[in-house]
Design a binder for this molecule. Structure first.
Ligand code: T3D
Length: 261
């Protein structure tokens, strides 16, 4: 059976590719279930220190496969259950993974496809890419964490306009607005994204995971709770071998060799 989501390794980097280019990587139920299984495999591996997610062909993903027979045509279709079992499960996993996650958005990212990209820690996009909250076009609301990420990153005014107008947001505007990290030329995307993932995979993995945890908690916490959390997580970072290595390397005026421990 052909797999429409691929996992490969490049050293300590895991690369997940949405690979159904003839349908602009629209996500059917088997693809979503496989994505969940692959995220679990990455989480279990113990040797993956960065995850890169991208799309094959001219798009990142068109979001939910609207032609999937398991979607609205099934008389027993329970949209809440499907969202919980698929998109929510994926977003929860991406946010909890204790390694940096990078989305390389190679073309249009629509619907849940856009919001899965935005659930990654760092989003880098091709200049020709765009982000489309397509949901209102079919009478749905942004899911897969969309209302959370758009509001946190852009504020209510832009989040509401993107959700209600369902117009494509060009990647360059997304970067100017702070929705994503940066835009690169189309032909540079794959190389730059992999280089970024490799650089992160060579970093102090436990400290990066603790920074991720702290920054994600900041949107829920007040300053007092956040200062408490930073204190506690810094204590954990300070107990890592990579912290000792970082200090030793600084004092010896050499490059640190982080092991992720
Ligand atoms: O229960 C739940 O799970 C609810 C959760 C919902 C989450 C969601 O993601 S809802 C939003 C779903 N996505 C969309 O509404 C986007 C629909 N697609 C588009 O708007 C456009 O296709 C794109 C802007 C993404 C790309 O446009 P374009 O012109 O580059 O490509 P195209 O020609 O429209 O698409 C190419 C093919 O892919 C075409 O098939 P064909 O005619 O060549 O056989 C098209 O039908 C197919 N395709 C594109 N998007 C989807 C799709 N097939 C199924 N589902 C799609 N989402």
């Amino acid at each position: 059976m052909q797999e429409y989501v691929q996992l490969r390794r490049d050293g300590a980097v895991a690369i997940i590719t949405l690979d159904r280019p003839e349908k602009v990587n629209a996500l059917d139920r088997p693809m979503l279930d496989r994505l969940i299984a692959l995220l679990d495999e990455v989480a279990r591996s113990g040797t993956v220190r960065a995850l890169l997610v991208t799309g094959a062909g001219r798009a990142f993903s068109a979001g939910q496969d609207l032609a999937d027979p398991a979607f609205w045509r099934d008389p027993n279709f329970d949209i809440a259950a499907v969202v919980e079992q698929t998109y929510n499960a994926i977003v929860r996993r991406l946010r909890a993974l204790p390694i940096p996650t990078i989305a390389a958005v190679n073309g249009v990212a629509a619907g849940a496809g856009a919001n899965l990209a935005l659930a990654c820690d760092i989003v880098i996009a091709a200049r020709s890419a765009s982000f489309l909250q397509a949901f209102a076009r079919i009478g749905l609301i942004p899911d897969a964490g969309g209302t959370f990420m758009l509001t946190r990153l852009l504020g209510e005014a832009r989040a509401k306009a993107l959700a209600m107008l369902a117009e494509p947001l060009p990647a360059e505007t997304a970067a100017q607005w702070g929705l994503i990290w940066k835009v690169v030329d189309d032909d540079a995307l794959a190389g730059e994204a992999l280089a970024l993932a490799q650089r992160l995979a060579g970093g102090p993995t436990l400290a990066l995971a603790l920074a991720k945890q702290a920054i994600q908690a900041a949107s829920e916490n007040g300053l007092t709770a956040q200062l408490d959390l930073e204190r506690d997580l810094q204590a954990a970072a300070g107990r890592t071998q990579d912290f000792a290595e970082g200090i030793a390397a600084f004092l010896a005026k050499r490059k640190p060799e982080f092991r992720g421990a």
